[in-house]
Design a protein around this ligand. Structure first.
Ligand code: ZEM
Length: 278
């Protein structure tokens, strides 16, 4: 297989998404979460963090409790990396998120290769940069503004909670947000607005919001999106207008994966050593 044949890599990723003995039969959601957590450490002010360098290869970052469970995603991608050793982990993890979204019926997301695995352990961003689900709108804004996102982009990105589920042993929360957690859609926004959400302690004693049947759930941070009027306006928009959600999600997710990826003349990512050193 020729180096640089990203379509062949996409095909190989699609093949590992169905996983009969894993969550809902699919690795898709956890692959999306890996792409997000690999990128969401970015800090605009210092230029540190982000997907370039694939610093989650190091225990120091993989062991951030926010990254619990992402070892499954990395493990599912191992055979793909073996088949295409020329692709960087940083490109593979971000591309897998894009392929998984499309595979699950979501929009096409623009993706550019060129990230490099040149970072050593000293480039691992500090733990704790990813959002904490027990918090509210101020916390959400401080984390996402740090990356350079605005309120509209925050709500669009949050629509990824149409996918997958929470695992008590990973985050303390449990259950899926929507009835079909392996299909991309705007159901999450509709449910946020339409259901009665009841604050309850789950099986491990953590407070979360559940529907009457205790089958679907919302995190405290999800509920902040309907409590805060500025966020809520976007929840209403995306609940009514699926096309707008798909378009805005694709733009914001594409932007997320590019955070901190500074490209040289040939499109290859360069590390800004002077700024990125922690
Ligand atoms: Zn999530 N997310 N997330 N998220 N997320 C979980 C699961 C998934 C937050 C959060 O604390 C959690 C974004 C934003 C935010 C996905 C994608 C994206 C879980 C459950 C938690 C606790 C983890 C577990 O137990 O396995 C918070 C606080 C967020 C912002 C305020 C953004 C942005 C995402 C992508 C664009 C996905 C796909 C999952 C499901 C993972 C899976 O394994 O099924």
């Amino acid at each position: 297989m020729a180096a640089g044949d990203y379509n062949a890599v996409r095909d190989a990723i699609r093949k590992i998404i169905p996983q009969a003995s894993y969550d809902d039969g699919s690795a898709g959601p956890v692959l999306v979460r890996l792409a997000w957590h690999a990128s969401g450490t970015y800090d605009k002010a210092s230029g540190t963090g982000g997907s370039n360098g694939a610093t989650m290869r190091f225990k120091l970052e993989a062991g951030d409790e926010a990254n619990n469970g992402l070892e499954y995603a990395r493990k599912y991608l191992d055979p793909v990396k073996k088949q295409f050793p020329w692709i960087s982990y940083a490109d593979l993890w971000t591309l897998a998120g894009v392929v998984a979204i499309e595979y699950m019926g979501g929009p096409k997301v623009d993706w550019k290769p060129g990230r490099v695995d040149d970072a050593d352990v000293q480039y691992v961003p500090p733990n704790g940069r990813l959002p904490d689900a027990t918090k509210g709108e101020d916390h959400i804004r401080s984390v996402f503004y740090r990356m350079g996102f605005n309120d509209q982009e925050i709500v669009a990105l949050s629509g990824a909670h149409n996918l997958g589920r929470c695992h008590a042993e990973r985050s303390g929360f449990e259950g899926p947000w929507v009835p079909m957690p392996t299909r991309f859609s705007n159901t999450y926004f509709k449910l946020l607005l339409r259901s009665q959400w009841i604050k309850r302690k789950n099986s491990v004693g953590v407070e979360q919001y559940t529907d009457e049947d205790n089958e679907l759930m919302m995190l405290p941070t999800d509920m902040a999106l309907v409590k805060d009027p500025k966020f809520r306006a976007w929840v209403e928009k995306y609940s009514d207008d699926k096309d707008a959600f798909y378009r805005d999600f694709a733009a914001a997710f594409g932007k997320l994966l590019e955070l901190g990826v500074v490209r040289g003349p040939e499109g290859k990512a360069m590390r800004q050593y002077a700024r990125a050193k922690l």
